[in-house]
Write a protein that binds this ligand. Sequence first.
Ligand SMILES: [Zn+2]
Length: 486
Amino acid sequence: MSRKYKITRVEITGATPYLGHDRNGAPIRTKDPEQVMAWLCGAWRFRFNQHRSNRCRYLIGTTGSTGLLEPIGSMDRRSNADTRHDHDWIGAVPDLILTSTWMMERKEWAAAVERRRTNREHGRKPGRMPGFKRLRQGRRFTCMSNRGKGYRVVKYSRKHAEAIIGGTDPRGWRDDGARYQIHIHFRLSRPVPESTSIHVDWTHRTISFTAPIEPHHHQPTGAMVGVDVGVVHEAALSDGRLLDLPGKRLRHIENRINGLQRAQARCVRESPYDNTRDYLRKGPSNRYLRLRKQINRLNACKTRIITDWQHKTSRRLVDDHDLIVMEALQPANMSRKPRPQADPDRPDHWLPNGRNAKRALNRGMREASLGRFRTMVEYKSHAAGITFLAVNPAYTSQTCHKCGHVAAENRESQAVFHCHACHWEGNADVNAAINILDKGLRLNDPSGRDTSETRNRSVGPCGGQTDRTAAPSRRGAIIMPGGSRQ
Ligand SMILES: [Zn+2]
């Protein structure tokens, strides 16, 4: 867990930090915050890439137990002290910034190995292993706390605090004292947690405090709920409630994005180039680039609104219930695609079925958002110690929860469910949510075990108090020294 704050300004006090030599051999000593921060980020990236250079990948064509490993870099195994000795420009970098690179590099690599394994298990593409950190990926550095030795946080007023990192100039560059302090002022938008490290993103001017997840004390409520996530209503609950994203705000932002995109299209149209690709290759206008920046900013804003809503809603769901049932995540190859429709008049011709590129993109974004919501409910359930079940969602939207009648015609439209057997009528998503809860309860109750459910690999209790001990722990996965590429 981490909390992020906006950096307002940076100042350097005490001695003048020594940043190395310029190309003529003259020493660079400055208190300019821009230069000092860029220098810290550069040093952090340099040390990080030294650690990364020891990682290995399989030679092309050889994988698994017979695979041959080759290092991805030059296998630089120097210690902090040796690196400082060889490169005097990092001599004044605080120790706990250099040390943090080791931890961050291992963490990122292990997460990638884990992520690739999970993706493969779910039938998705594994994705790439991380490589070296590039400058274009942004300027950033991390500093560890080490029980308050790395940095300290001082609060000045209700809205203003600063993190202070101290460093020492190397011998020979100490004419105005040895110790310097970097004061990173930030806007105190919420309380700062007890943190184990800070992460400074100098490209976006933010500072985050990383803290261990606080144990959550769940008050038993005795309530159970089934949740159907969907596109029209982000979540429908089995008790009949429909939870929606703040649609008005999102639509407002989307309208503004559309307007800006039209302006971008005008830029291309008024240029001498025929298409966007040529236009971009020949150098887009400043106006075009400014519009792109505005669009990116609005999209980021939209994402933040959705994530905020999802965090708050999943927190409420977990607080209010003792058992939550949701759909199991579907492997990628099972994701729903519109079936191709043959044209009855012309053989070998196909009717349009709504699968153009833009729609596919939007659907991908929507599905990612729904998957994220499910993940949030799942991990919050685990942290609170309540039971979270995942069931196969097959036929839950076509089955009547009253009489169990299954038919595709039951679903009259996207919103309305009308049972042809018992004539129950109501919201289709709520009906699906009730079916999901029923499936979960049958699964949870050993006497009424539904064999067709348990046979499916993707179905099963994913957590909860009883099953957590039985679940195989993947935390203990061994990463080979030097790191094999999996
Ligand atoms: Zn019915």
